[in-house]
Ligand binder design. Sequence first.
Ligand SMILES: *Cc1c(COP(=O)(O)O)cnc(C)c1O
Length: 508
Amino acid sequence: MNYISTRGGESGLRSAYAIAKGLAKDKGLYTPDRLPELYKSDFQKMASMDYAGRAAYILGMFLDDFTPEELGEYTKKAYSKEKFRRAGEPKKNAPKLDGTAIKKIGDREYILELFHGPTSAFKDMALQILPYLLTASLRKIGEKRTVCILVATSGDTGKAALEGFRDVEGTKIAVFYPEHGVSDVQKLQMATQKGNNVGVCAVDGNFDDAQTGVKRIFSDEKIAEKLDSEEKFLSSANSINWGRLAPQVVYYISAYLDMVSSGDISFGDKINICVPTGNFGNILAAYIAGEMGLPVGRFICASNANNVLTDFINTGVYDRNRQFYKTLSPSMDILISSNVERLLYYMSGSNNSHDCGFVASAMESLNETGKYTLPENMAKSLRERFFAGCCDDEDTKSTIKDVFENEDYLIDTHTAVAVKVYRDYALETGDKTPTVIASTASAFKFSAGVMEALTGKTYENDLDSIDALSEYTGEAVPGPLSGLKNLSVRFKGSVAKDGMKEVLSSLI
Ligand SMILES: *Cc1c(COP(=O)(O)O)cnc(C)c1O
């Protein structure tokens, strides 16, 4: 399998190189130049495997410079029962939880719970395995320098990356998060991070500022030279790294197999997939699964008040020149969704030839004017494959309350956005296809918003409302969140948005 840059500047690369480097030299995103195909026999083989086995199988289709033994070992370690389990379940004797779980609500809503990992958000699904893939990639390309992972986070990636990379030999990790753009739980999770190779710093700005700052550091040659003289180099654990995206393709295929085996659908039946979307990584993984052969009707892209993607999909015009809102679903408070670039690559042509020139010029226009427009035929096929909708904080809250009271099921603020947009979609179109809705975080991670939704009372702080939420709902607090208040804070620093470069060396 050949990896290329979406902007056409590099080609003929192997996956280890793409994963080790993170971002292409021309600032494009490394992507397989064509997608592997899933046949019926592949589904049949995977049907009897556990989650780790399915992950090794699918990753093997993308990472063909890794051996099946390597991938088998990494997926077993990453998706172990010790790391992924339901809240309240003891470590020992826990029923097998295959990384994810599915809960059916209503007539045809299948909530795919992706948040049972160590940081209670779906980012663990990729970031538990990325350190294995990355360190192996460095060995494979003969890279001996220390890799310094640089992360901009809207809250959940930061913690999941810190947890995945902590004390991993040959790696260091630095995380920047928007000072006022993450929840108290997210902030404390990062500020209390343990490990000898980790650094965390707040940025006085929003997520886009942090992401832009990180991208600037990546393309700064002076920084690269200085790091090189210290036997170090930078790489990325954001979803611009292909090693983040490939593992996410797995759970959509695995969910389908689980729905077939539970008798909810028959093999070959179509499903829809609805995803609460921010940087467009998670829904792109679903799209890739669909392109590989997973029978998907519609991809439903759910946004909060930051609805740049809703407008993009409905009109074909991407325009980030608009107000930025802070919402109850902060991990989706994003106006520049990086992974749309990979979608443009795949949509600009057929599986045999793609138009990198188009991608490069759209991205240049986005960088210069904050805007680009799709040609009409592309805009049309985008609308055919995707449905897009958005939902404000009031609707987010009423959806949480409705699902809790009518389905006896607790969802977080991000998942609620997806449920609401899916229900709007079902009403508008009358489509009765069973729909997988990605549930991206535990409700306890965003407990203030969830408690407000359930009780109508305002809670200042997520930390104080965790116990209240547990009492109100009778549900156990996930292990990783229950002891959080008692951990000691290690990282208190914060910088102006143009000062990120200066603090980098102290972090790594
Ligand atoms: C990261 C995140 C999202 C958005 O996912 P993308 O892959 O960036 O679109 C949604 N919900 C939660 C809880 C997240 O942490």
